[in-house]
Design a protein. Sequence first.
Length: 95
Amino acid sequence: MTLYNTTFENFNKSYIGSATMAVIGQSCLGATAAMFVLSNGTSVTQMIQLAIIVFTNMFANTSILAQMSHKTVFNLIITSVFLSVLFIIINNTLI
């Protein structure tokens, strides 16, 4: 929990710069995850995975633009990055 707290404190101190970098980073990671999902076809399973990736990335970006609390933005960015990496791993190795 200390890693989470120290990372959030750093994010909170320089929120504008961190949020800007987070939009760029998680959007690129989400696009990569979408590419890996679509490289395995366009079945219902892939479309559900793609929808999850798109919605989590949209929620993270929208939370920044809507000026939600810093903790909410931070948690949505972490969720977005985690799910993008998870779907990259699933579609690159397991399928």
